[in-house]
Write a protein that binds this ligand. Structure first.
Ligand code: TC6
Length: 691
């Protein structure tokens, strides 16, 4: 065995040389790995071996470029040098793939002459999710193997294709038995030598590109079909342009030059910076300083859910999906029947639904009318009406029913969890698990730590969140926690702006153009204006009161802030406009023209300011956690990183100056957070704050 460097070895299996990488956690292409590959291949080529296998130790094949190195100075062998060394090898090179071959990892594998993989492996070019494109020849080689249409789909979705599909695409040449990758790859390499197979260079294979030449409609249609999905993002369009260049260029090198230029543009732009920041933000959110990774967790083998409404049902589905049995309890038989039927319907209607799977999941679900049936549950989540007296009553009862050590969770979106916990004699077992509606779809889970919540309860909740496919963020107890607390700032300003002179559709348009999937008024119409509205208490004092009284309750009644046609297409409503004008007149407000810039600043800066208050009160661990909440739970465009990243992008000094200006003109809704003042005074940014 030759040790090439700290992460690379060169060994022999008879006449086959084996270059092995071992650079945990994911064998990313750091300078060290590139150096090891370059030198390893050089020595293998110079040796008397007849073929060369590239394989990785640990959980995965190369999972991509080392993202932590982006933006810094390039050190070590360059990736193109490594690729050229492999591709020009006079002996067959075989990449042996397990785990994932992603991004730069797949681009390396595409410079091998052949690829083998175990069935559980996945292959993809996910750079688009980092606001990038595969800048090491991926956009030029993938269409040469998989064809233009498949390549377009792969690079713009970033999807990880399973090995079997990769085999069908031609990305992989042979599947080898799970657990026997090295032997399989060596045997494959030997066969190549014995049969004198050609050294296939993907770059020379133009047949699939020829098929797409002179057919610009392929690209036009692809753009049109995905316009909504790609809206606001630069990277998908740049990826498409690279594949267009592959088809239209006169040589591989010409296409490669386009790829390199567009890659650099993305790499140095703000969108990719935000998306790369966000990649690490999501992973950092899982780290809780005083609850280390090795904190013991409690086993959760059975879950209880109180309330079979939309929320309770959605919550239950998360656990059924991963094979955890659920007992769901309702007060009345008809509500329970409705809840169970809705869960079944959701399964039956879901994409790719398979009847056996639906039955299997439903078989894990037990409906009951008695909370006593929670006695054997390890975790009980209540999703009942948002009223403190009701919640306290529920928790007092759960205290009497739940087994010792069971976790008692509330799905409240704003109530004080310390107070809820005080209804039990085991506040250490009480935690908030704030799911977002629809709970079986939305990725975000706010995990709320109350004063007495035990560390192992937090560790268990974070781990369980990952198991059910959620992105969990830890928050402290405060009204609305992280997400809704900041949302209320935006909502307040949006409502004020309407009174001052903007129309709901003006505000929605500005926020939509910023990158949100919809603005606050379209959102209200979708959710229903009458959520939490009680007819008997309505005094016609707010716009919402008036609209609800007129039975304009949102999309479901065909009208709300907007008018809707039969396809639910929203149109600005003259009725709403008149109501708003009357409202202003009644209050003696003279409407003024409000610029788009003011709308954006009024809606967004108070959110950033509130985020700063949340941080100074210690209700979020770090600024990036707040960003994870907003990207996953509220549709904040990931290419803007999140509100706190955006605050840094704009500049905390500019946010502070505007808050002061607004405060002077409109009062203390805009009172700057002490932390914001402090950051500006010290010339710092939110990203300088360490947890
Ligand atoms: C590219 O290749 C561009 C090429 C152009 C040519 C110039 N770099 O996700 P996990 C860390 S762009 C550095 O929790 P999993 C991660 O931060 C890249 N670090 O594990 C975490 O660290 P921590 C294209 C990375 O098993 C640890 O590894 N490639 C990288 O749930 C474990 O990660 C991608 O976009 C990296 N590339 O999922 C793939 N990747 O423990 C990105 C991971 O200190 N990676 N880390 O917190 C993934 O999608 C997933 O990590 C995974 C493994 C599917 C590989």
């Amino acid at each position: 065995m030759t040790e090439i460097n700290s992460v690379t070895t060169l060994t022999r299996d008879g006449d086959v040389a084996i270059v092995t990488l071992n650079s945990p956690p994911v064998n990313a292409l750091s300078a060290n790995v590139r150096d090891g590959l370059y030198e390893g291949f050089k020595q293998a080529i110079d040796s008397d071996a007849k073929a060369i296998v590239l394989i990785c130790e640990g959980r995965t094949f190369i999972a991509g470029a080392d993202i932590t190195e982006f933006g810094g100075a390039m050190k070590g062998a360059s990736l193109p040098d490594v690729q050229a060394m492999m591709e020009n090898s006079p002996k067959p090179v075989v990449a042996a793939i397990h785990g994932t071959a992603l991004g730069g990892g797949l681009e390396v594998a595409l410079c091998a002459h052949y690829r083998v993989a175990v069935p559980s492996a996945r292959l993809g070019l996910p750079e688009v999710n980092l606001g990038l494109l595969p800048g090491a020849g991926g956009t030029q080689r993938l269409p040469r193997i998989a064809g233009v249409e498949k390549a377009l789909e792969m690079v713009t979705s970033g999807r990880h294709a399973p090995a079997k599909e990769a085999l069908a695409m031609g990305l992989v040449d042979e599947l080898v038995e799970e657990g026997k990758l090295k032997d399989g790859a060596v045997a494959f390499a030997r066969k190549l030598v014995a049969e004198n197979k050609p050294l296939v260079k993907v770059r020379e294979n133009n047949a699939k590109l020829e098929e797409a030449k002179g057919k610009p409609e392929i690209f036009a249609e692809f753009r049109k079909k995905n316009a909504r999905k790609f809206r606001g993002f630069l990277a998908p369009e740049y990826n498409i342009r690279c594949i267009e260049a592959a088809v239209n260029s006169n040589s591989f090198e010409e296409g490669l030059a386009v790829e390199r230029k567009l890659f650099m543009e993305l790499m140095t732009g703000p969108q990719s910076a935000a998306q790369r920041y966000y990649f690490f933000a999501e992973r950092t959110a899982q780290k809780i300083p005083d609850v280390p990774d090795d904190t013991p967790t409690r086993p959760v083998k059975k879950v209880g859910v109180l309330g079979a409404g939309t929320m309770g049902g959605g919550i239950a589905m998360n656990f059924l999906n991963v094979g955890i049995p659920v007992t769901i309890v309702e007060l009345k038989q008809d509500a329970l029947d409705r809840g169970l039927a809705t869960i079944r319907k959701n399964y039956e209607r879901s994409r790719g639904a398979v009847p056996e799977q639906t039955e299997q999941r439903m078989s894990l679900l037990t409906g009951s009318l008695s909370m006593d049936d929670f006695a054997d549950c390890d975790l009980i989540i209540e999703a009942v009406f948002e009223r403190m007296d009701i919640k306290k009553d529920v928790f007092a009862k759960l205290d009497g029913i739940a087994k010792p050590g069971a976790i008692l969770a509330t799905n409240t979106s704003y109530l004080n969890i310390d107070e809820i916990a005080s209804a039990t004699k085991r506040p250490q077992d009480v935690i908030g698990l704030h799911f977002f509606s629809p709970a079986n779809v939305m990725k975000l889970l706010e995990v709320i730590r109350a004063d007495h919540t035990a560390k192992d309860v937090i560790a268990t909740s974070m781990k369980l969140a990952k198991q059910i496919g959620k992105v969990a963020v830890l928050a402290g107890v405060c009204p609305g926690f992280i997400g809704n607390r900041m949302l209320s700032q935006r909502q307040r300003e949006a409502n004020k702006l309407v009174l001052e002179g903007a129309m709901p559709w003006d505000i929605d348009r500005v926020l939509y153009d910023f990158g949100f999937p919809m603005g606050p008024f379209a959102m209200s119409d979708l959710a229903g204006l009458d959520i939490g509205w009680v007819k008997e208490n309505s005094k016609g004092e707010t716009l919402r009161d008036v609209l609800c009284e007129m039975d304009r309750r949102g999309q479901k009644t065909g009208a709300g802030f907007y008018d809707y046609d039969e396809n639910r297409t929203a149109k600005p409503s003259p009725v709403t406009e008149k109501i708003i004008q009357d409202f202003r007149a009644k209050k003696g407000i003279n409407a003024r023209t409000i610029s788009d810039e003011e709308i954006l600043e009024r809606c967004i800066y108070p959110m950033i300011n509130e985020g700063a208050k949340i941080l100074e009160e210690g209700k979020a661990i770090r600024p990036s956690d707040i960003d994870v909440v907003w990207v996953n739970g509220y549709g904040w465009p990931v290419y803007r990183g999140g509100p706190m990243h955006y605050g840094d992008f704009v500049g905390p000094d500019k946010v502070l100056a505007k808050m002061k200006e607004f405060q002077g003109a409109m009062g203390d809704d805009f009172k700057p957070a002490a932390l914001l003042e402090k950051l500006v005074a010290e010339g710092k940014k939110f990203s300088d704050l360490k947890a």
